[in-house]
Design a protein around this ligand. Structure first.
Ligand SMILES: [Zn+2]
Length: 414
């Protein structure tokens, strides 16, 4: 599964994970490698704390020889270890600045500021192309370890994961040890396609009862998912009352499983919506993703569901899948989309008597509340796109390099 996304200007970066299936001997080499890398990282972190030198380049000057020599790490691994230490301090200091570790002078914060950062024996270790190569046809990797190069380490994954690692340019990878299993998290760079000129917009309203409702009237329901999450929450609560180590481990595993499940659902929804928009030559309009939590007021039991549910993930998936497919996506101001009648434009709080229903007090139209909202979002998408991309809508649009998917009714020659 693709688990994370980041947008960096032109290219879209995502992370694909595959599961390694090492032989017992290969597994022990991987284990020895993570132990060596993280022991070295802890030592480098202690030096950094003692000397106050945290920047990657400067720290390398101080600890490179020791890291490389004493732990059977090669030049590449040593550099990655040092960068990992430097990055960890960077994260720590931004956490301190953000107040995540308490107020200045509090014990927790003093500890964080004075102790060296530490690394679990199996903390993830970055690998670059010189330390790791993929044989996609054979389904194996060749990976550097402290015992030498491990060749022919088998990996497995979902069909999408395997397709992604076989066909896309892979960047840096992380070797991850989790629940006794081994994984590679590969960064993949996806070039985005040229965006086409949309012929209308598909509006998407995101909600709790329905994860997404589009302006064509398609409901992407959350009922099953919400039920699933409630069940998981009950299970978690039972486990939380026990504080044994095994209960904690089970709890962590369950939470990850739940997250994966939710991500899967979000992927499917995003894919369905993007495919439909691309098929019909339309763009996608979604509400601006900031502030959804502030806007939605809910009774308490639902609030729990909401806080554990990531709208932002669906938004992020929509964004990168749209990017990848060349589908234009605009984020519109969502204010009053749920109170305004899409047919006549009448705005009234009372237009929406309950969660499900929209009844216009002016023209009498009755609709599903989320469908009406999605139609408003679609309309705002059209307006926003026009304002930015065609400030002079009367003149024929003939932008070189931008392909028009379908000639619009006002296009030249019609
Ligand atoms: Zn109306």
């Amino acid at each position: 599964m693709v688990t994370q996304t980041k947008c960096y200007g032109e290219a879209v970066k995502l992370v694909v994970q595959v599961k390694l299936q090492p032989t017992p001997q290969q597994a022990s080499s991987l284990e020895a490698t993570l132990r060596a890398c993280n022991t070295a990282a802890c030592e480098a972190a202690a030096v950094a704390r003692r000397t106050g030198v945290y920047r990657n380049y400067d720290l390398r000057r101080d600890v490179y020889q020791a890291v490389k020599g004493e732990h059977r790490l090669g030049a590449q691994a040593a550099q990655h270890v040092i960068k990992k230490v430097s990055d960890a301090y960077k994260t720590l200091s931004s956490n301190i600045r953000a107040g995540n570790l308490g107020r200045p002078g509090s014990k927790r914060r003093r500890d964080a500021e004075s102790r060296p950062v530490s690394f679990r024996w199996d903390a993830a270790q970055p690998y670059d192309a010189r330390m790791l190569s993929w044989q996609a046809d054979a389904g194996t990797v060749s990976i550097w370890t402290v015992d030498g190069r491990c060749k022919g380490v088998a990996y497995t994954g979902s069909p999408q994961q395997l397709k992604a690692v076989a066909s896309l340019p892979l960047g840096e990878c992380d070797l991850v040890h989790r629940d006794g299993m081994w994984f590679l998290y590969a960064t993949v760079e996806v070039a985005e396609q040229a965006t086409y000129e949309p012929d209308g917009f598909l509006g998407v309203d995101m909600g709790i009862a329905n994860i997404a409702y589009d302006s064509d009237g398609n409901r992407h329901a959350g009922t099953r998912l919400n039920g699933y999450r409630r069940r998981q929450q009950r299970l978690r609560k039972r486990l939380q009352t026990k504080s044994t180590k095994s209960a904690r481990r089970l709890l962590a595993r369950r939470r990850r499983k739940e997250t994966r499940h939710a991500a899967n659902v979000n992927h499917l929804i995003a894919k369905t919506i993007v495919t439909e928009a691309a098929r019909t030559g339309r763009g996608i309009a979604v509400e601006k993703l900031t502030g959804i939590r502030d806007r939605v007021r809910l009774r308490k039991p639902q609030r729990v569901t909401l806080s554990s549910w990531s709208f932002h993930q669906l938004g992020a998936f929509l964004t990168y899948k749209a990017h990848r497919a060349g589908v234009p996506l605009v984020q519109v101001d969502p204010r009053y989309t749920s109170q305004t009648c899409n047919r006549c434009g009448h705005r009234d709080k009372r237009n929406r008597p309950d969660q499900e229903t929209f009844t216009c007090r002016s023209c009498g139209v009755v609709a599903h509340a989320d469908h009406n909202a999605a139609l408003n979002i679609a309309q705002r998408g059209v307006e926003d796109w026009g304002a930015v991309n065609r400030p002079h809508a009367a003149s024929p649009r003939s932008q070189p390099g931008r392909e028009t998917c379908k000639p619009g009714p006002s296009g030249p020659g019609s």
